[in-house]
Ligand binder design. Structure first.
Ligand SMILES: Cc1cc2nc3c(=O)[nH]c(=O)nc-3n(C[C@H](O)[C@H](O)[C@H](O)COP(=O)(O)OP(=O)(O)OC[C@H]3O[C@@H](n4cnc5c(N)ncnc54)[C@H](O)[C@@H]3O)c2cc1C
Length: 380
């Protein structure tokens, strides 16, 4: 679609890996998406198959159950899966695994990573609370030390994979007086007594992704559940890892724009109005020409981010710029594509309608785009 453009970080080996992911998507994801949207979550069977094929933690070293590749492999997985709206929230397990890989103790890595890689353990990240989203430092969930245990109390909301997760990385305060230095992260097994899931929340899009409230009532966990074994490092860890989550959201935005564009070119060549194909109206061609240029610019920006990520030099400001700029282009592009579908674009049976509804959240989650502009603005 972008003619001869090829991402500079792509290699023949990644092409082959991408083909393998495509086959997985065709066989295990695409046929199930409608069912998953109705039940509001993806089946465990697909997770286990993804695990068996090494698609959940492709960039984690083999000694921890991963596939020993690099970030490029992970991007290939996202590029083949994310536009399908399948709700298969592999990204959340990937994010949690990298928190553990980068900041966990050796015992924590040995315990969790192989199970996450295989799909046996599905992960969620629980930062947001009913009263604390953008302002993460104001979380009220508390973890109080008692002997060699912590007792966790609090409530979280909007948690992706909330219904299906087996382990949740929880942001909690271990010291109320210490500000950012009083925030810690805990890996909580969701079978622990006192942990409770709320209803699967009703959303305007992303219908196959389970998003939930969570409640922690005197949840008792051992001190081995404290990430890295040291209190007070949670905020620092979040700030460094959130850059990768934001980069991921920005990179996904481009995959979705490209998919929307391809669907639209195909539709406008097919649909006839006033005895002409929609693409034969000059307005349609001008709109599509603008979109093509926007998508190529977005693709090259995303590739710049991916290359930095692969090199280990991705900084928070670049990740935040990518997050807000690319997701805003995503919403504009998908909206303009939908317009060219006319009324059919508003019908759920047309994938463009789903892409439109699914895209909106990208400007909010992972830290709203206003917060991303704050991050960039502070660096000036
Ligand atoms: C479908 C979905 C999935 C999600 N998944 C997860 C998940 O897995 N884990 C998780 O922890 N959270 C998750 N979230 C939560 C998401 O990250 C938050 O909704 C987001 O960070 C915004 O927080 P808030 O909703 O509390 O909005 P608020 O913080 O109340 O913000 C309201 C408005 O004020 C603006 N605003 C806030 N502060 C500033 C400022 N300083 N300057 C300018 N404007 C500002 C915001 O940009 C926004 O427009 C999810 C949310 C949704 C809807």
């Amino acid at each position: 679609m972008l003619d001869n453009y090829r991402s500079p970080w792509m290699t023949e080996e990644l092409d082959q890996f991408s083909d393998q992911v495509k086959r997985f998507a065709k066989e295990y994801v695409e046929p199930n998406v409608l069912k998953w949207r109705e039940q509001k979550f993806a089946d465990r069977k697909a997770w286990l198959k993804a695990g068996e094929l090494g698609l959940i933690l492709p960039s984690v070293p083999e000694e921890y159950g991963g596939s020993g590749g690099h970030v490029g492999h992970y991007i290939c997985v996202m590029q083949q899966l994310n536009h399908l709206g399948s709700g298969l929230g592999l990204g959340l397990s990937y994010i949690v695994a990298h928190y553990i890989l980068d900041s966990g103790t050796e015992a924590q890595k040995q315990h969790w990573l192989p199970k996450i890689a295989s799909g046996e353990v599905i992960c969620a990240v629980a930062m947001t609370e009913p009263g604390a989203g953008s302002d993460l430092q104001s979380v009220r969930t508390r973890a109080v030390k008692q002997g060699n245990k912590y007792i966790i109390n609090g409530a979280k909301t909007f948690i992706s994979n909330g219904q299906t997760c087996d382990m949740v990385l929880v942001v909690a305060k271990t010291d109320l007086a210490a500000g950012a230095k009083g925030v810690s992260l805990f890996m909580v097994d969701t079978r622990t007594p006192g942990f409770r899931r709320g209803q699967c929340l009703e959303k305007i899009g992303m219908h196959a992704q389970d998003t939930s409230e969570m409640f922690f009532d005197d949840v008792e966990v051992s001190e081995e559940c404290l990430l890295g074994g040291v209190e007070g490092r949670g905020f620092y860890t979040l700030m460094s890892q959130l850059a990768y989550e934001r980069a991921q959201i920005g990179v996904n935005a481009v995959t979705i724009m490209q998919h929307a564009f391809e669907l639209t070119v195909e539709y406008t060549k097919d649909r006839k109005v006033f005895d002409k194909r929609v693409i034969d109206f000059q307005n349609s061609r001008f709109v599509l020409a603008d979109l093509k240029a926007t998508i190529l610019a977005a693709r090259t920006f995303a590739d710049h981010i991916i290359q930095k990520w692969i090199d280990g030099s991705l900084d928070t400001v670049t990740a935040s710029m990518g997050k807000f700029w690319l997701t805003e282009r995503q919403c504009e592009v998908v909206d303009k594509c939908l317009q060219l579908f006319g009324g059919y674009g508003y019908m759920n049976e047309y994938p463009i309608a789903r892409l439109y509804a699914d895209s909106r959240i990208a400007r909010i989650y992972g830290g709203s785009n206003e917060i991303q502009r704050e991050v960039v603005g502070r660096s000036l």
